[in-house]
Ligand binder design. Structure first.
Ligand SMILES: Cc1ncc(COP(=O)(O)O)c(C=O)c1O
Length: 437
C-alpha cells in the first residue's frame, strides 16, 4: 500500500467511525442492532472453514471495530514519536494523545484522578504489580490473603507466589453450586489477619456478576484491602471504582475491543504513593544521578521506560465507541441474548451448563459439558463449521473441579453477536448429539 492508498484507507475507516450515530445503535433492541454493530468489525466479515465466521470466543479476546483500527493507524501515521510534554511538536502530540487516553480511561471507570490509571500489559500484569509492589513488602507470616475458589490463574498464582515469599497464608472463599461467591463463607473467613481480598467481579467460567460492592464493604469492615479482577466485567458492566469501594482494580484492553498488550491497574492515589516502584528506569523518576533520584508521583512512578503509546490510544477509542453506542443499549442487548442462549442451550440433549441458569446478574458467557463428547472434540466439531468457541480448563481448574468437571466448552458473546450466532452453535450441537445417540 502506498502513502495515498494508506491515507484513503484511514479516511474510509474514519468515515465509518463518524457514521456511528446514536440513532443507529438504538435499533439494537429490535434485534437488528447487533447486526448493525457487527458491520463495524471487519474481522467478522470473513469465512472460516468455508462458513460464515461465528465468533463466540470474546471472553478470551474480542474483535476490534474499525474505529479502534483507525485510531491506531492515525497515531502511527501522524503523531508517532517518543512522547514528551516539552520537546518537539510530534513528541508533544504523542504525549498529549497518551495523556488524553489516561483521562478517557479514568472517566470510563469514574476514577477520581487520571494519575490513578497505571498502564500495564493487562489484568495479569496489573495483579502481579500489586502482588510485587504492595503485598510483598507488607505481608508477614500469619497474614492472610483471601481469594475465591473461582479465580482465574492470573488472580491466583501472583498471590500464591507472594505467600511463598512472605510466609503469608492463602484462604479460599467457597462458591455455591452455580459458581457464585458465597457471602456467608466470606464472612466466616474474614478476620483481623486478612490483609487482602482479591476476587473476580465476573467469573470467566460461569459468567456470574458477583456483588462486588458488598464484598468490598465486608472486606473493608474487617480492615482488609480489596482487589477486583475486572477482566470479564469491564467489557460488560459499568465500572465505578469510587462506588465499588475497592482499593485496586485491574482489566485488559483486548477483552473490550482495544489492542492487545495494554490494560489498566487502577488504585487510589494515596495507595500508589505508598508503593515502591515495580520496575525502574527512565520516565518514572527525574533528576537521576549516580546516587540520587526523585520518584514521580501516582501512576507515573509505575511507567518505567518508553511506554506503549498506541495501546492506550486504541483502548480509549474502544471506550469511546462503547459510550457512543451506549452502555445501556449494549447491556440490554446482551441480556436479551443471554436469555435466548440459556433457553436454546437447555434444549440440547446431554448439555450440562456450569453456572447459573437464570439470565439475571450474568454476562453472555456459557460454559458447559456435553455427554459423550470431550470439550476439545466439541470445539473441533464446531470449528469445522466456522464456529469459534474455547475448550479446556479455562485457566480456572479449581472452580471447574468444584462444579464437577475438569474441562469445559465455553461460548462467549459480545455486542456484535446475535441470536443467529447462538442458533448456528446450537444447531451444530443438535447434529452432534443426534450422531452420538
Ligand atoms: C477473570 C480473568 N482474570 C484475568 C485474566 C487474565 O487476563 P490477561 O490474560 O488479559 O492478562 C482473564 C483472562 O481470561 C480472566 O478471564
Amino acid at each position: 500500500m502506498n502513502r495515498r492508498e494508506l491515507a484513503g484507507a484511514a479516511a474510509a475507516l474514519f468515515a465509518i467511525a463518524d457514521g456511528l450515530a446514536p440513532a443507529e445503535s438504538a435499533s439494537a433492541l429490535s434485534g437488528s442492532g447487533a447486526r448493525n454493530w457487527r458491520t463495524h468489525f471487519p474481522a467478522l466479515e470473513q469465512t472460516a472453514n468455508g462458513q460464515r465466521l461465528v465468533y463466540l470466543d470474546s471472553a478470551a479476546t474480542t474483535q476490534r471495530p474499525d474505529r479502534v483500527l483507525a485510531a491506531l493507524i492515525d497515531f502511527y501515521r501522524n503523531d508517532n514519536a517518543n512522547p514528551s510534554a516539552t520537546l518537539h511538536s510530534l513528541a508533544r502530540r504523542a504525549h498529549e494523545r497518551f495523556e488524553a487516553a489516561r483521562q478517557t480511561a479514568a472517566r470510563f471507570i469514574n476514577a477520581a484522578r487520571a494519575d490513578e490509571i497505571v498502564w500495564v500489559r493487562g489484568t495479569t500484569e496489573g495483579n502481579n504489580l500489586v502482588a510485587a509492589a504492595w503485598a510483598r513488602p507488607r505481608l508477614r507470616p500469619r497474614d492472610e490473603i483471601l481469594l475465591s475458589i473461582a479465580e482465574h490463574a492470573s488472580n491466583l498464582l501472583p498471590w500464591r507466589l507472594v505467600a511463598e515469599l512472605t510466609g503469608a497464608t492463602i484462604r479460599y472463599i467457597e462458591v455455591d453450586d452455580a459458581g457464585r461467591i458465597r457471602l456467608d463463607d466470606l464472612d466466616a473467613r474474614l478476620s483481623e489477619r486478612t490483609r487482602l481480598v482479591a476476587f473476580s467481579h465476573v467469573s470467566n467460567v460461569v459468567g456470574y456478576i458477583n456483588p462486588a460492592a458488598e464484598i468490598c464493604a465486608r472486606a473493608r469492615r474487617a480492615g482488609a484491602r480489596v482487589l477486583i479482577d475486572a477482566a470479564q466485567s469491564a467489557p460488560h458492566v459499568p465500572i465505578d471504582v469510587q462506588s465499588l469501594g475497592c482499593d485496586f482494580l485491574t482489566f485488559s484492553s483486548h477483552k473490550m475491543m482495544g489492542p492487545m498488550g495494554i490494560g489498566v491497574l487502577w488504585a487510589r492515589h494515596e495507595i500508589l504513593e505508598e508503593m515502591p516502584p515495580y520496575q525502574a528506569g527512565s520516565n518514572m523518576a527525574h533528576d537521576i544521578d549516580v546516587d540520587t533520584f526523585q520518584l514521580e508521583h501516582g501512576a507515573r512512578r509505575f511507567g518505567a521506560g518508553t511506554p506503549n503509546v498506541s495501546g492506550p490510544i486504541g483502548l480509549a477509542a474502544a471506550m469511546d465507541y462503547v459510550d457512543d453506542i451506549g452502555r445501556d443499549a449494549v447491556a440490554r442487548h446482551e441480556h436479551e441474548l443471554t436469555k435466548y442462549a440459556l433457553g436454546q442451550l437447555r434444549e440440547v440433549p446431554g448439555l450440562r451448563l456450569l453456572g447459573p441458569s437464570e439470565s439475571e446478574q450474568r454476562i453472555p458467557a456459557f460454559s458447559f459439558t456435553l455427554d459423550g463428547w470431550t470439550p476439545l472434540d466439541v470445539m473441533r466439531a464446531l470449528d469445522a463449521r466456522g464456529i469459534a468457541v474455547r475448550a479446556g480448563d479455562l485457566a480456572a481448574l479449581p472452580l471447574l473441579k468444584r462444579l464437577g468437571a475438569t474441562s469445559a466448552v465455553r461460548a462467549s458473546c459480545y455486542l456484535y453477536n446475535g441470536t443467529d450466532d447462538i442458533d448456528a452453535m446450537v444447531q451444530a450441537m443438535h447434529k452432534l448429539t443426534s450422531k452420538s445417540s
